[in-house]
Structure formats: structure tokens, C-alpha cells
Design a protein around this ligand. Sequence first.
Ligand code: NAP
Ligand code: G4F
Length: 339
Amino acid sequence: MKKVALIFGVTGQDGSYLAELLLKKGYNVHGVKRRTSIPNTNRVDHIFDSINFSSKYFHLHHGDLSDSGSLYRIINKVNPDEIYNLAAQSHVKISFQIPEYTSDVNALGTLRILEIIRHYKRKKIKFYQASSSEMYGKSKPPQNEKTIFQPRSIYAVSKVFAYHSVVHYREAYNVHACNGILFNHESPRRGVNFVTKKIIQGLLRIKNKKQKILVLGNLYSKRDWGHARDYVDSMWKILNNKKPDDYVIATNKSYSVKDFTDIASKKIGFKIKWKGKGLKEVGVDSTTNKTIIRIDKKYFRETEVDNLIGDFKKAKKILNWKPKFSLNNLIDDMIKNEI
Ligand code: NAP
Ligand code: G4F
């Protein structure tokens, strides 16, 4: 009998890679997509037959984390062995603008699924929650499973709620529920308004004379960037370990947004000279002497997370997980696919 997995957020970056991984492992994969006015399945179209709305082992269902009835209906219909909750309003900056919606989907959405699992009678469902390094906020690096959460955005606050709900359902109701505390991970499928994708897309468009300037926010925050392909592998390992638990998934290396820009621009064929300070700082292409990068305060956050470095020793020891992609390989992969 094939195992059945249900992925909330299957149309997102991670959901699409996870669906591929589970199909390769022989699962029957069901995914939940929300209703949108234009198609939102481009990341899974290659495995999904859009005319029949399903393929042999891959099926899509309409649902929404803010709609308990849809969650209940889908879980009952699919009768899954494993649920991966990757659905979220996942943009930190946007959570400052839509805090109530972000909390409803990310925090209460997770609780809604857990509550259905708690009362589910047909089998014991395993549950994976997409927790985030953003929860650490102000806590000094390196961050591990014991580091306290000091969230700096409603996105992070909503993820802290979801994290603790998972721990609570595990302890109070014996639900096999796990948190993957994933540090930033990117890929060719990354959303266009996250900084890595924006930098690579912007620089390539400038190179091809389709865009004149790349406008960024804070160049000095540091992130621990891995590849989404490596990270979905950890999700499966976390959920399929005998004892349900919580794990940090990271590379243990951190680079600033400026470092990332420098590495990517060199690979694309620019030699950037930085001039000026603060909002007046600019990146000048040494070959043409043209300013190709400038700063705008609209991309700054009211409160920033300055430095994230994940200590993934626990995942290495217990799950035998470690990242395969370096930052260089990640940037190469993103550039190659963008071209
Ligand atoms: P993503 O590309 O933004 O994907 C988010 C997914 O959630 C999409 O499929 C989206 O649907 C869906 N979604 C949004 N609101 C929904 C709702 N109300 N009901 C149902 N589905 C909804 O994010 P990602 O980068 O793949 O990240 C996956 C998860 O990991 C998220 O929970 C994120 O917060 C978390 N996380 C990400 C990172 C990272 O660096 N990537 C790190 C730590 C944690 P549409 O396609 O229709 O928008
Ligand atoms: O790419 P970002 O928007 O990612 P952020 O805020 O770190 O969040 C991502 O990682 C989290 C894990 O830690 C996830 F939970 C979350 O769902 C998401 O996937 O921004 C990275 C850094 C920030 O410090 C931001 O201030 O880049 C800085 N930045 C500078 N200029 C910019 C820009 N960010 C964006 N999005 N756009 C800019 O123009």
C-alpha cells in the first residue's frame, strides 16, 4: 500500500520540491491549493495534469487555511498518513501590513489542522510544521533548539504561536507532531519579492538592458541561506524519525545581503564598487561607471532581524541530515535557471 501525504502550501517553493521528493519515494501525494483569479500552479504544473486536475499519484484540492470546513473535508477525503503544513503568508515585510490575516493563516491555520488531527479516529496522522528561524528575532547567533524566541514581526509571532501549538498537541494529546525550524532557503522557485531572487533577477535584467537599476533595503542584515532542495529532504526525515521532535535546519554560515549581492554580481559579470553611506549608499558598475544599485527606505522593516546562523548539530546527529549545497552552488543554480 502506498503511503498517503497531504501538503498544505503545495503551490509554494517548498511545497513543489516536497511533492517531487515524496512522489519519488513512492507516496500518493495530495496538495491543497487556494482559489486565485489567475493560475497559481506554475511550480507544480510539470507534475500535474491541469486538464484533468490530477495525475495518477498527484492530486490537487481547493482549500484554505482560514476555512476550517475545507480543512476538515480534505483531511477526511484524503485520509493521509502524513500532513506537511507549509502554507503561510510567508513574507515578513508584508506581515507588517496585514498582521491579522498573517496571524489567522499562520497561527490559527496551524491550530485548525492540529485540532482536526487530535479528533481524527481513522488512523494516527503524523504532522510536520514549517517553523522558522525568524522566530529567534533578537536572540544572538548561533541559534539552536534551546535558543529563546524573541520575535521581531507579526510573521514571527504567528510562527511562535504555531510552534508552541505543535509542542502542546504532542505533549497533551500524544499527536506525532514535529517542528522543522528552517533557516532561510532559496532556489530557482523562490518568490520574486524575497531578496535573493530579487537580486539575481534584477542584476540579470540590468545585464540584458531590460532594467536600469536594482533598488534594495537593508544591505547589512545577515542570513544563513541554504537550498530548498536540501531542506525538503529534512522535512521528510524529521517526520519519519520514530520520536516526534523539533529540529533546527541550517548551514551554520551567515552572509550579509551585501555579500550576497557581491557574489551574485561577480558571477553575472559586474564588478561593483560601493560608494556613500546609509540611504545614500550606491553600487556602481566599475566597467560602465553607472549606478546599478540604490537603496530605498520603503524596503526596510520597522524592526529587523540582524543576524541568523543556525546550529544544526542535533539534525546531523539524530537524522543524519546535512546540507549539500553551498551558497556558491545555490547562487549558480539560481542564475542558471533564471537565464
Ligand atoms: P511560499 O513560496 O510563500 O509558499 C507558501 C504557500 O502557502 C503557497 O503555496 C501559498 O499559496 C500557500 N498559502 C498562502 N496562504 C494560504 C492560505 N490562506 N491557505 C492555504 N494556502 C496558503 O513559502 P515557502 O518559501 O515555500 O515556505 C514554506 C513554509 O515554510 C512557509 O510556511 C514559510 O513561512 C516557512 N518557512 C520558509 C522559509 C524560507 O526561507 N523559504 C524558512 C523558514 C520557514 P499560493 O501559491 O496560492 O500563494
Ligand atoms: O528575503 P527576505 O524577505 O527574507 P526574510 O525576511 O529573512 O524571511 C524569509 O526567511 C524566513 C526564515 O528566516 C522565513 F521564515 C520567511 O518565510 C522568509 O522565507 O529578506 C532577507 C533580508 C532581510 O533582512 C531584509 O530586510 O534581506 C533584507 N532586504 C534588503 N533589501 C530585503 C530587501 N528583503 C526583501 N524582501 N526585499 C528587499 O528589497
